[in-house]
Design a binder for this molecule. Sequence first.
Ligand code: FAD
Length: 420
Amino acid sequence: MTPGAGSAFDVAVIGGGIIGLAVGFELAREGARVAVLERERPGTGASRAAAGMLAPGHEAGTDPVLYELGLRSYRLWPPFARDIEAAAGTLTGYVGRGIAVVATDEPEAAGLRERAEREGAVRRLRWLPPDALPPYLDRFQGVRGALVFEEGGHVDPVATVRALAAAFAASGSLWTGAEVLDFRDEPGGPGASGRRLAAVRTPWGEVRAGTFVLAGGVSNAALSARLGVALPVIPVKGQVLAVQPPPDLRGFLDGQVPVFGNGVYLVPRLDGRLLVGATEEPEAGYDRSATLGAITRLAAAAQRLVPALERARWLGAQTGLRPGTPDRRPLLGPLPRYPNVIAAAGHYRNGILLAPLTARIVAGLCAGREPEFDLGPLDPGRFVTAPGSDHSMPGPCPGAGKGTAGSEGADTVRKHQWRS
Ligand SMILES: Cc1cc2nc3c(=O)[nH]c(=O)nc-3n(C[C@H](O)[C@H](O)[C@H](O)COP(=O)(O)OP(=O)(O)OC[C@H]3O[C@@H](n4cnc5c(N)ncnc54)[C@H](O)[C@@H]3O)c2cc1C
């Protein structure tokens, strides 16, 4: 759809990746007049490159906040997928059969066994010794046992974004080629602290809205900096390769359970492809090129785990920039000093998993509803300093909560009724 100059909406969402589209879809079905402004085409950012795993237990590491978020969102996925598919008439590739982590040496096996004993009841995971491995691991080599998370699954992110874009476009305004180039703000009004974003400028003209959502993936750092608020969104390049496995890996494909092991993960797609991921390259900055070194390392690690992959047919590589944050938690909530700008940013390795919950949280904030749980640990203001501040990703272990200073606008989001 092409916009007309001076268009006005209840909510304008900047960015048409999985996060912006999920937020738009949720708002539109609540009856809001909403536009998603995408500078290229939907899903041209990180969402296109993702493996699509829904792995709350494994990805959260030791961070209880991330685990709680991931689990809540994971449980929203089945109805979310159903609703998108019904509205779009195409599939998301959702499968919820769990996630497995295999050990390939004894110290690793001991660590996973110990984790199962410690967390088994809480995170619904169990340890399977080598003589009790499921059939989908038959062609894996040297496996000393597997940790299986019951609550886990995967979707096809490309299919999901395509379906979400169609589902959203049925009731909202999806603008492509609509890069947000600039902002027009104004004083917050009598008695209000902070300022108010009045409009954004795009090549199609100015777009006015009551509330704006920042959902530009790694571009959220630059977008927020233009408002004088430096959100610490850090690009973390990831590369994934796709192959057509040989027929003797049918059992693994039929299992439809993503498997982590030997430093890589293998994700079976419903269409018969197999993804091998992924690199973590924060040093690459904003470079998105696929590199031979990374792809050969992923391929070699996957073949050590599953030797039959030597005969897999090469399909291609996909790369993307994960929107990282210093504590690996997303930035969700009003921007400091701008109560009518909601950040939906920094989903790092889990934007696909967290899309349904993010959509629900952001739609609630836009409508002025009380959040269902404490959003303090996700407050976009928790790291905010001056534009240009240096932020970097922490080491491999997820950081415990950093400061959670409240943002100025958090208590000033208005109660709002969308048109009936
Ligand atoms: C290799 C890899 C594997 C991954 N695997 C998984 C996984 O298995 N599970 C999981 O949950 N997550 C995974 N992720 C993470 C996930 O992909 C991201 O967290 C998620 O895609 C972020 O979505 P987003 O919508 O915030 O950003 P994006 O998908 O990057 O979308 C942002 C959009 O905003 C647009 N935009 C930017 N600036 C502007 C502007 N000024 N005006 C208008 N539009 C703008 C961009 O064009 C883009 O389309 C993976 C990521 C990578 C790279």
